[in-house]
Design a protein around this ligand. Structure first.
Ligand code: COA
Length: 146
């Protein structure tokens, strides 16, 4: 069973565990760089929505309200729950809930093809690139969804 919920401070341990599982899978890559201090600061200030599979947190999105847009700061699904369409469902929920008010903005490392495919499937469009944005020298692609 799949369900989508707004996440609160009681979900922080599960969010931290999920990020830890992603780091264990791929290492602390520039394209997904969330050491504890950065993650703690983001969890303290961003809004969160998550998708659950049989009660387990399968993925979540952190986002914040800007003047003109919702800025998405973190997108992750647990390695055990990939390619089941769960992040796509979660994004569609967020778009339905928030997308009529403001644009959605996010950025992705140029080498993170899985994430780019997800965003393009959802109708995000590349608006520009920020050269050498990441600490490994990779460029950021900025995507928006109107
Ligand atoms: C990117 C990420 C969030 C995708 O999560 P997911 O749970 O696998 O996503 P979904 O199952 O909902 O995939 C939906 C669509 O995204 C695209 N997609 C997802 N993973 C893909 C991959 N490895 N290769 C190609 N396309 C991919 C596909 O179009 C897919 O649809 P399809 O399965 O019908 O082809 C996940 O791989 C992840 O957490 N990666 C590590 C953290 C990260 O990079 N976060 C993004 C930082 S910007």
């Amino acid at each position: 069973m799949m369900n989508i919920e707004k996440l609160t401070s009681i979900h922080k341990p599960a969010m931290r565990a999920l990020v830890e599982a992603v780091h264990q899978e791929q290492g602390l890559l520039a394209q997904f760089y969330w050491p504890n201090d950065l993650l703690g600061a983001e969890l303290a200030t961003a809004e969160a929505v998550g998708v659950f599979s049989n009660g387990h947190l399968a993925g979540f999105i952190l986002y914040r309200e800007l003047d003109r847009a919702w800025e998405i700061s973190l997108v992750a699904s647990h390695p055990k729950f990939r390619r089941q369409g769960l992040m796509e469902q979660l994004f569609l929920h967020l778009i339905a809930a928030k997308g009529h008010q403001r644009e959605l903005w996010l950025e992705v490392h140029e080498e993170n093809v899985a994430a780019q495919k997800l965003y393009e499937k959802l109708g995000f469009k590349e608006v520009r690139r920020r050269p050498r944005y990441y600490k490994d020298g990779g460029s950021a692609i900025l995507y928006t969804r109107l």
